[in-house]
Write a protein that binds this ligand. Structure first.
Ligand SMILES: [Zn+2]
Length: 256
């Protein structure tokens, strides 16, 4: 069998680099949201994966969430399909540290050594220590690798990325340090696992989850004039995102 026919197992990072491997690797689906902002669609599989939002920053790029490490090679291919090289990664901004959102961070750091990880101050310490308390790694059969944190974000901070300026909202309930990012010029909300479409919302049964906090967080988000809703899982809403959040609030109040 020639090397081109050999499919390497997912472990072994160097395998991602070989040309032969690239040809057998399907990129994740990519969709433009607005100019300069792209959705890398989560892979469906036995293990959960998260949506990734990529923002163009000049010649470089920023991602919101990293996806799970098992699907890193597909994320890698998707980024190349968008015309970037992974070494051009400037920052990884995490909505929270569950492994389906943060698990690929160590792999990105091997390719983009000066890239920074930004995460909430509440979960940043866990990430730096590789402390599995919040990430539910055992549930996924994975361990959290310690990751250096460049900036610990908190309520009221402002995050600039390319043409976008996001307000940082601390929205706990799904996890203690869950963050949402609101961009008021185009009314875009990156909502992590706080709210999803179709009345869905984040689970509260994982470590540091809290149902009353989640309801309060969704209530807060429902007051924002959100048009474009970019959640951590499932599909995105390209208009009337506020109605989606209000539906999630109704259901959350009923069942939590
Ligand atoms: Zn989560």
């Amino acid at each position: 069998m020639s090397s081109a026919d050999t499919v390497q197992p997912i472990s072994g990072f160097e395998a991602y680099r070989s040309k032969a491997e690239k040809y057998v690797m399907a990129a994740k689906t990519v969709q433009k949201v607005v100019d300069g902002l792209y959705w890398i669609v989560a892979r469906e599989g036995l293990l959960p994966d998260s949506n990734i939002y990529l923002v163009k920053v000049g010649e470089r790029f920023v991602i919101f969430d990293t996806g799970i490490s098992n699907f890193f090679r597909h994320t890698y291919a998707a980024i190349e399909e968008l015309g970037f090289n992974v070494s051009q990664l400037d920052r990884m901004i995490l909505t929270h540290t569950h492994l389906d959102h943060s698990g690929s961070a160590p792999l990105f750091l091997r390719e983009a050594k000066d890239a920074e990880v930004w995460v909430s101050k509440q979960e940043g310490d866990y990430l730096e220590k590789g402390d599995d308390t919040v990430v539910y790694g055992s549930f996924l059969g994975q361990r959290l690798e310690p990751v250096p944190v460049g900036r610990k974000l908190q309520e009221g901070d402002v995050v600039k990325a390319g043409d976008f300026t996001f307000q940082v909202l601390h929205t706990p309930g799904h996890s203690i340090g869950s963050l949402c990012f609101f961009e008021p010029r185009q009314n875009i909300l990156i909502s992590g696992d706080v709210v999803f479409r179709h009345g869905s919302f984040g689970r509260v049964d994982l470590p540091t989850g809290n149902p009353q906090q989640l309801i309060a967080s969704i209530f807060r988000l429902a007051q924002l004039p959100v048009e474009i809703l970019l959640p951590g899982h499932m599909s995105i809403a390209t208009n009337n995102g506020q109605a989606e959040i209000q539906l999630s609030l109704q259901f959350a109040k009923q069942v939590l």
